[in-house]
Ligand binder design. Structure first.
Ligand SMILES: C[S@@+](CC[C@H](N)C(=O)[O-])C[C@H]1O[C@@H](n2cnc3c(N)ncnc32)[C@H](O)[C@@H]1O
Length: 445
């Protein structure tokens, strides 16, 4: 027997089906990987390939996937004996798919405040709600949007950072485009006929990356910007570029001029050095593969926006709100401060005009956001809850932040009749006086 195992890209070639279709089958549990290896890659066997071929054959008989799934479970004899027309006349039982965890196919991202580890818990507490369209107003990595996408909802992703918006485009709005090997080669090579700018090499020398890496960034960002015209392919390329940049940074951030932490010849007690020193193209290709593997069509018209949450237009059945967090000491997470370098990459041609040249780490100029201001944060939440008062509101926050959970509860109660507060461990209806930091979820109907 042939025991060869395939990655999803190889399987897609063998089965002659796009990865998005295979991901759809995975979501419906029609197929499953033989195993998942440490880095998160799924490996499939020839048995899976046979199942896929079987599915394709049954699809030609106009059988819906729900029936195909039942048939695959029962075995093949029935199908051979019974004429397919009979199935077409059957009243189909409602098919309630069981979902695999989304971490299964969501690419690995490093991002302050990501809810990736909490998405299953969020789903457990939302699945009973009656909704189809959902707005993820502070989308970040898009993992919560992706959760809803896997659950068949119509998803609207939003984030005010353009670098994040591209993630929303790549993984949420996009339902079929992937970056091919040829696209990746175009992006990674230096084209002799092109004249490459040297902005990053000159501006950020010694700040975040080595000279050689800065030169690579100037080339690759120019190639993505000028050679990749399809917006979703471009978005996947930016996604892979951002994650490659973040993974090579101490603390995965751009808040300090600290390249020396990577390059200093000191004895280290942690293993990040290998990741930091892994060349950009290696990371880039891996992130492209991961993004490609996560793209699928959920049958809905999903959309990504890039605007301030206060300016999002439209009506949504449910609005998920995961704002930046302000600690009890009043210190807020300033996303533009942390990720300004990625914002600069997507605004490469005008980056120079955006920089605060007085700052040591050459961040992008920006004022203080209402979401980082402990004196204005109540007003911010109040305005947002009012704006989306007709929707079911689902709000993530932390138990030790400003506003407190009691304040959030009373703000929500101004607009909603039924508000439930949950924390990571216990399901509870009353407010907690627990001092430890816990993840909170408010569900307001
Ligand atoms: C806590 S993070 C969201 C994390 C996200 N739920 C996830 O799991 O990856 C907050 C996000 O809000 C975005 N943001 C900050 N201010 C915003 C604003 N005024 N409007 C929209 N998005 C904003 C930040 O860029 C950041 O991505």
């Amino acid at each position: 027997m042939n025991n060869k195992l395939y990655r999803i890209g190889q399987l897609s070639k063998k089965a002659e089906l796009p990865i998005s279709t295979l991901n759809h089958y995975l979501n419906l549990k029609l197929i499953k990987p033989e195993k998942v290896i440490g880095s998160g890659y799924r490996l499939f066997s020839n048995k899976t390939l046979e199942t896929i071929l079987e599915i394709q054959k049954l699809k030609k008989e106009y059988l819906p996937l729900s029936v195909i799934k039942q048939q695959l479970r029962k075995g093949r004899e029935l199908l051979i004996k019974e004429p397919s027309a009979q199935y077409r006349q059957l009243t189909l039982p409602t098919f309630e798919p069981e979902y695999p965890p989304i971490t299964f196919q969501f690419p690995s991202t490093r991002f302050q405040g990501s809810k990736l580890k909490l998405v299953e818990w969020i789903w457990q507490n939302c699945k009973h709600l009656d909704f189809n369209s959902v707005l993820d107003a502070f989308g970040g990595t898009a993992c919560v949007s992706y959760l809803f996408k896997t659950r068949g909802k119509q998803v609207f992703y939003n984030d005010y950072l353009k670098s994040n918006y591209y993630i929303g485009l790549a993984l949420i709005e996009n339902s079929r485009e992937t970056l091919t090997q040829e696209d990746v080669e175009e992006i990674l090579k230096r084209h002799p006929e092109m004249k490459y700018p040297t902005f990053i090499q000159e501006t950020f020398k010694g700040i975040y990356f080595t000279d050689e890496e800065n030169e690579w960034l100037d080339v690759v960002v120019t190639n993505i910007d000028t050679l990749i015209t399809n917006i979703y392919k471009k978005a996947i390329a930016y996604f892979a570029l951002f994650q490659s940049c973040v993974i090579k940074r101490p603390y995965n951030l751009f808040h300090r001029k600290n390249l020396y932490m990577r390059t200093a010849k000191v004895k280290r007690s942690f293993g990040n050095k290998i990741t930091w020193d892994t060349p950009f193209p290696v990371h880039f290709v891996r992130f492209v593969e991961q993004a490609n593997e996560s793209i699928f069509d959920n049958g809905q018209k999903n959309k990504a926006f890039c605007t301030d949450a206060f300016n999002v237009k439209g009506k949504y059945d449910l609005v998920y709100i995961d704002t930046p967090y302000i600690s009890s000491k009043g210190v807020g997470v300033d996303y533009l401060e942390f990720y300004h370098f990625l914002e600069g990459l997507v605004k490469y041609n005008k980056w120079e005009t955006l920089i605060d040249w007085k700052s040591k780490h050459l961040r992008i100029k920006h004022g203080k956001s209402i979401w980082n201001d402990k004196n204005k944060i109540y007003q911010a939440f109040d305005t947002l809850f009012k704006k989306f008062a007709d929707s079911i509101l689902v709000v993530s926050y932390r138990s030790d932040g400003i506003p407190s959970d009691a304040d959030l509860m009373s703000l929500l109660k101004k607009y909603k009749a039924k508000v439930i507060e949950l924390n990571r461990k216990n399901y509870k209806y009353v407010l907690s006086n627990n001092g430890e930091s816990q993840e909170l979820l408010f569900v307001a109907e």
